[in-house]
Write a protein that binds this ligand. Structure first.
Ligand SMILES: [Zn+2]
Length: 249
């Protein structure tokens, strides 16, 4: 008798359980246990994808124009992006990564330029100088600088971009690119490599926090002409003179 009752109870329980689940769904009532399970599955999927995705997969769009240059050069450019973009964003943009589109321009006579999340590279230039892939490292610094309407002299913007190229570039030597030694014909306002070499000297000899602090100050909209004197106790012309004197020794 007891055994019969247990079997009967089990049968009733089995018969009722699917019914109750169906009635829940039919009424449109969310079934919490099912929702929780689905969320877990989704999270696992995202995690797995993140591990496999490269920075280029996530942040670089290389449009159809890549067919204008060799696949070997495209591969180097993508590989360079994967290796330098994280460090560049850590240094120049508090680790925040913006999406970038690369465009190869068959008609552009310059080297490369960055504008509104896009970097345009001259087809002619990269075909004639296939090892100059770090010209894109310079442009990626501009993407991360993202100074917008924040004001600072152009020589600082370009000096920091070449500072970033010198610091993070992978192929500078092979690409025939290097920082110049001091020469009396130079001035800190010369921009690009001349200013970058000066910034590196300041970093190594005056204040190691200067280049990053300068970038962060510009981004905060707080750059003023008195920046260098406030930061180092010396005017920019005095610092340049110190650099000149040290280079003559
Ligand atoms: Zn530039």
């Amino acid at each position: 008798m007891i055994r019969k009752t247990i079997i009967a109870t089990l049968l009733i329980a089995l018969a009722l359980s699917p019914l109750s689940a169906c009635s829940n769904n039919a009424q449109g009532t969310p079934d919490e246990s099912v929702t929780a399970e689905e969320t877990t599955v989704e999270e696992t999927t995202v995690e797995e994808t993140t591990v496999e995705e490269t920075l280029a997969d996530k942040y670089l769009k290389f449009g159809e124009s890549k067919e204008l240059i060799s696949t070997k050069t495209v591969d180097v450019l993508v590989d360079t992006f994967n290796k330098v973009y994280g460090d560049i964003c850590d240094f120049f943009n508090d680790g925040k990564m913006l999406k970038v589109t690369y465009v190869i321009d068959p008609d552009y006579d310059g080297v490369a330029y960055a504008s509104g999340g896009k970097i345009v590279l001259s087809k002619k230039w990269i075909k004639q100088n296939p090892n100059d892939t770090d010209c894109m490292t310079h442009e990626l610094v501009h993407i991360a600088q993202n100074y917008g309407s924040n004001v600072c002299p152009g020589w600082i913007t370009e000096g920091l971009a070449d500072y970033g190229r010198a610091k993070f570039g992978l192929n500078n030597k092979k690409g025939g690119w290097s920082l110049p030694k001091y020469d009396k014909s130079q001035k800190y306002t010369d921009s690009y490599r001349v200013t970058a070499a000066f910034f590196i000297w300041l970093e190594e000899n005056v204040d190691e926090t200067l280049p990053k602090d300068l970038n962060d100050t510009i981004k905060a909209g707080e750059y003023r002409n008195a920046y260098f004197v406030n930061k180092t106790g010396k005017k920019i012309d005095e610092l340049w003179q110190m650099y000149a004197d040290a280079s003559k020794k």
